[in-house]
Design a protein around this ligand. Structure first.
Ligand SMILES: N[C@@H](CCC(=O)N[C@@H](CS)C(=O)NCC(=O)O)C(=O)O
Length: 311
């Protein structure tokens, strides 16, 4: 999207699409610290210390919003969502009246938050970002790791101590997460941002064969791992909820819809209705973000009226 920071200076670029060989590759993230209960840890789990910068449209940021919600961490960890449309200057805040202010610093762009943490930062400016108000720096901008920390590091601090990544199931959760990440969560982007017919066909075949695999895996208990609700289900959910509304048409993920898979539809419905999770799903922002921002795949920026939302 838009651009990136080079030695702390925002540099405009075109849309992120495929590499020269036609395949889309997601870049590794840079801030990889962990909040930990270990005595003497640099980042300790304290109420009111951390802040999440997110975009409601983003499936990666969505994981962290869901975990914050599931664990009852709303009062412990504050949030500033960026506006859903990305322009040439990257993710942007608005004034309070327009609904997307930076509650901590009143900045205009997310890249200014990255340079507060590291004035010479080089790299992509992505959401989510977990910010430490005490040390004034970024703890992490890797959603998988932020979600794990929110699940595991706030025991006794969180309003709800349900463990979505229990030790006994961890190996299997990680194994399912790997498949879901590479073929489904990131798989839809590999379809949408493919630059050649071959790269697209490879991605779309991988995507639908992985959807078939998880559909079969859900048969019986309705959950992916251990017959119980785990992080693996939540990580699949953020793609499922966007799929029929966006990915089918915009990213050409159109062999089948999630509505055509009974077990995946049931999981999508069940998780959407779980607790207050529906509050983290903002369909208007999801549609606006994808259709109006990703001009490389939708040059007009027109947001389609459909499909009808059946949930
Ligand atoms: N590895 C990151 C990826 C996050 C990511 O790609 N977020 C997108 C929004 S959906 C973003 O901010 N992209 C901006 C960019 O890469 O320039 C994570 O999972 O946290």
């Amino acid at each position: 999207m838009a651009g990136r920071l080079i030695d702390g200076i925002w540099t405009r670029e075109g849309d992120i699409l495929a590499s020269e060989d036609g395949h889309y590759r997601r870049q590794e993230t840079d801030f990889r610290n962990w909040i930990s209960i270990d005595p003497g840890a640099k980042f300790a789990p304290e109420v009111g210390r951390y802040h999440l910068y997110v975009c409601y449209a983003c499936p990666w940021a969505h994981r962290t919003l869901i975990m914050r919600n599931l664990k009852g961490l709303e009062d412990a960890i504050s949030v500033s969502p960026v506006a859903p449309i990305v322009n040439q200057d990257g993710w942007e805040f608005t004034d309070a009246d327009s609904g997307f202010p930076d509650h901590l610093f009143g900045k205009r762009y997310l890249h200014e938050i990255y340079t507060l943490a590291d004035p010479t930062y080089t790299g992509r400016v992505s959401v989510p970002v977990l910010w430490d108000k005490k040390l004034n720096t970024i703890v992490s901008n890797e959603s998988a790791e932020i979600a794990r920390m929110l699940n595991s590091a706030f025991v006794g601090v969180a309003g709800n101590d349900t463990d979505f990544a229990p030790e006994a199931l961890l190996a299997e959760i990680d194994e399912v997460n790997d498949l879901v990440y590479s073929k489904i969560n990131n798989g839809v982007y590999r379809c949408g941002f493919a630059g050649t017919q071959t790269a697209y066909e490879e991605a779309v075949t991988d995507l639908f064969s992985a959807l078939d695999t998880v559909e079969a895996r859900l048969q019986g208990s309705g959950y992916l791992v251990g017959g119980q609700l785990t992080e693996a289900d939540w990580r699949l959910f953020t793609t499922l909820i966007r799929f029929d509304q966006v990915y089918v048409a915009l990213f050409k993920c159109n062999i089948r819809r999630i509505a055509d898979y009974p077990n995946l539809s049931a999981l999508r419905q069940k998780l959407y209705e779980h607790g207050d999770v529906a509050d983290t799903v903002k369909f208007d922002q999801i549609k606006t973000h994808y259709w109006a921002s990703l001009r490389g795949v939708n040059p007009s920026g027109i947001v389609p009226a459909g499909p009808e939302l059946v949930l």
